[in-house]
Design a protein around this ligand. Structure first.
Ligand SMILES: [Zn+2]
Length: 269
């Protein structure tokens, strides 16, 4: 709903701007009036991927989003020149996975968890809370983008985050997870559906996994909080063009934040 309101607001200010331009007297005071109006109505800042709320402006939309522009460990990044390290295996206990809902948030499609899903990273347990989709991918590898990326968000007891990312490459066959979820894909913003108990069965497994990139980063959406431990799996899964088109139809715009500077960070592989 906010999103719809915002696009109406955005198009009316665009209209206003074009009227001013047509009149040939671009007046700075017109644009200056906007923030004041926002303060009066106490509208929450609206972020997005296009127009005034696009990623390049996130840091200015609200004091709470400052980190999006001032942060030095922001995500996503282009993964390149990773340093070879003896990275410990990550223990996955992804058994008895029970999904709760699939939700069209307008920013992404998100699947929330009912129960199940745990990983052990740095000798600490992190519980799977939800996962969501980005098309195209947010992370790139050596500058290469992928059609799809899934972020699996995990929390420990201190509410610290580990995000496990899986990248997808184009194929004429879909990964089983996508085949199971896509019939339930909510196409309208705000729509949600309860998910059945078997829908995540292809994700279920228990074991140790190496073969990943590891680095520190942030949430890739406002408030862009840092201190997120990122695990990007090296093995790629498969997605068809048809599946991507349906996801694009549901989200209605690309939902990848551009890659951010690496700064002083070290990438491990
Ligand atoms: Zn994400």
């Amino acid at each position: 709903m906010y999103k719809i309101l915002f696009s109406i607001m955005a198009s009316s200010s665009l209209l206003l701007l074009s009227t001013v331009l047509v009149a040939g007297t671009p007046d700075v005071s017109v644009t200056k009036a906007d923030p004041a109006q926002k303060q009066l109505t106490k509208e929450p800042a609206q972020w997005g991927y296009e127009g005034e709320g696009k990623p390049q402006h996130w840091g200015e939309l609200s004091p709470a989003f400052k980190r999006c522009s001032t942060g030095k460990n922001q995500s996503p990044i282009n993964i390149k020149q990773a340093i070879k390290a003896e990275l410990p295996l990550i223990k996955f206990k992804y058994n008895m996975l029970s999904a709760n809902e699939i939700i069209n948030t307008g920013y992404s499609i998100e699947v929330t968890m009912w129960s199940g899903g745990e990983i052990v990273v740095d000798d600490e347990k992190f519980k799977l809370s939800a996962f969501h989709f980005h098309t195209p991918s947010e992370h790139t590898i050596d500058g290469k983008s992928f059609p799809l990326e899934i972020h699996f968000t995990h929390y420990n007891r201190k509410k610290e985050r580990v995000v496990v990312s899986i990248l997808f490459e184009p194929s004429n066959k879909d990964d089983e997870l996508l085949t199971a979820l896509w019939p339930h894909l909510p196409l309208n913003v705000g729509e949600r559906q309860k998910l059945g108990s078997n829908v995540l069965s292809s994700l279920e497994f228990e074991g140790k996994v190496g073969n990943y990139y590891r680095f520190n980063g942030s949430l890739t959406t406002p408030p862009c909080s840092e201190g997120v431990r990122w695990i990007v799996m090296k093995s790629l899964r498969k997605v068809t063009q048809e599946t991507i088109l349906k996801l694009q139809k549901a989200i209605k715009h690309p939902n990848n934040r551009p890659v951010q500077p690496l700064n002083a960070r070290v990438l491990l592989k």
